[in-house]
Design a protein around this ligand. Structure first.
Ligand code: NAD
Length: 414
């Protein structure tokens, strides 16, 4: 668990946006509280022969704009407060990119590196059973997050479907395409991070093909972001995972590092000059992309940070103090609810395809993703230029107003 409570961080971000958002005080107060959070106990017989008891959560933060939507995280640091913060961030993200969804998040407190594939399948199926009364294509649609992926979603979909007695592809997104997933979902968040970085460079009047980039976290989001930015001509000079990282001022061989990690190796074992996570965050680069956990960029890191731009691929990677210091230092920060929204956009497209019982081409998916992200980026920049002091506050002002408008139309029940 991080020392800075992610939920308090999210509330501070909302408070900062309140003066710039046309939201009544009653609705604003309402938006600070999750609708509900379920805690489930998951007793599992492990392959080792031991019985272990895991804890899981599902938070449904707000549904005024549509069904709840949000990923499921497997990590030892998962807490109820973290899940509620992530569910809040999902609510603002889906509103900002104008998807007909609310926000949710789930998590299981476990360390996947200490578990077998069979243990993880059993945890997933038991967790799905635990939350199955909450989820469904019209109510709440889970997706992948840290340490979960297409296989996890396949097990969730199968478990839910077994209880229903028929196959329900739309209950989760991020499934393998063979069972109703969409083309382009696995890489969508990283692709979106690269698109938003490109937009930011256009906005700043700078050339991305001259830029040096450091990426912290080389999982689904970080590795795909690095690949797409490398394809766009930028120099990815530093990447790291939980074990440490590698650095090359002339640009790293991104594809071979992706293969190295895909083969089950850690980046600390990769060939080349080593760099610690701490050094990476302070590296002299044009763009820093934190793509791992919350609170990676602390007050001390923000003070020393040498990147010209920070693009938040992870959710909540800056502590509130770090955020303040970067604002004071005029370092542009592209907020998580914009920078990593590519994942939920393509999740939405997957859900639409499931509803239509029709599969789109990869080109259709990617062009829809680019258009939605570009429109959202432009809307955030316009709001910023109208006098909202920074990009995060501008993004929040838009998201809070859209969510509040839905609440105003729907009214208070009873
Ligand atoms: P992942 O599990 O695929 O990868 C996480 C990476 O972070 C791994 O390389 C891991 O080694 C590294 N890491 C973990 N702890 C670290 C530490 N203390 N220091 C440095 N590196 C560390 O997870 P992911 O799906 O890529 O998610 C990363 C972030 O992006 C999370 O904040 C997640 O909420 C966010 N996100 C993910 C998606 C998605 O579609 N997967 C969508 C939006 C946002």
């Amino acid at each position: 668990m991080s020392e800075i409570d992610p939920f308090e961080n999210m509330l501070a971000q909302m408070d900062r946006a309140e003066p710039y958002a046309d939201v009544g005080p009653g609705v604003f107060e309402r938006l600070k509280h999750p609708e509900r959070t379920l805690k489930v106990t998951l007793p599992i017989e492990l392959d080792s022969g031991d019985t272990a008891v895991f804890e899981g959560y599902r938070c449904q933060f707000d549904s005024a704009r549509g069904p709840y939507k949000g990923g499921v995280r497997y990590h030892p640091g998962v807490t109820m407060s973290e899940v509620e913060a992530l569910a809040g961030w999902m609510t603002w993200k889906t509103a900002l990119v104008d998807l007909p969804y609310g926000g949710a998040k789930g998590g299981v407190v476990c360390n996947p590196t200490e578990l077998t594939d069979n243990d993880i399948e059993n945890i997933t199926r038991r967790y799905t059973e635990g939350i199955r009364r909450m989820i469904g294509p019209e109510t709440d649609v889970p997706a992948p997050d840290m340490n979960t992926g297409p296989q996890t979603m396949a097990w969730m979909m199968d478990t839910y479907s077994m209880y229903k007695g028929y196959t329900v592809p739309g209950v989760v997104t991020g499934k393998p395409p063979e069972i109703g997933g969409t083309l382009g979902r696995v890489e969508a968040t990283g692709r979106g991070v690269a698109i938003v970085t490109e937009q930011t460079f256009d906005y700043l009047g700078r050339r991305l093909d001259d830029a040096s980039i450091a990426v912290q976290g080389f999982g689904n989001v970080g590795s795909h972001a690095a690949r797409f930015l490398d394809d766009m001509g930028a120099d990815v000079v530093a990447v790291s995972d939980v074990s440490g990282g590698v650095y090359d001022p002339d640009g790293l061989p991104v594809e071979s590092l992706v293969s190295h990690v895909r083969d089950g190796n850690m980046l600390s074992d990769a060939a080349g000059e080593s760099i610690s996570n701490d050094e990476l965050l302070r590296a002299d680069v044009d763009v820093l992309i934190p793509a791992a956990l919350e609170n990676a960029v602390t007050e001390a890191v923000a003070t020393d940070l040498r990147a010209d731009v920070v693009v938040e691929a992870a959710n909540g990677p800056l502590t509130p103090d770090a955020d303040r210091i970067l604002r004071e230092r005029d370092v542009p920060v592209v907020p998580d609810i914009l920078a990593n929204a590519g994942g939920v956009i393509v999740s939405y497209l997957e859900w639409v395809q499931n509803t239509q019982e029709y599969a789109w081409t990869l080109e259709e998916v990617n062009s829809d993703l680019r258009e939605r992200l570009t429109d959202t980026f432009d809307a955030v920049v316009s709001r910023h230029e109208e006098g909202v002091p920074d990009l995060r506050t501008a993004a929040y002002a838009i998201a809070l107003e859209r969510t509040a408008t839905a609440h105003d139309f729907r009214g208070l029940f009873p």
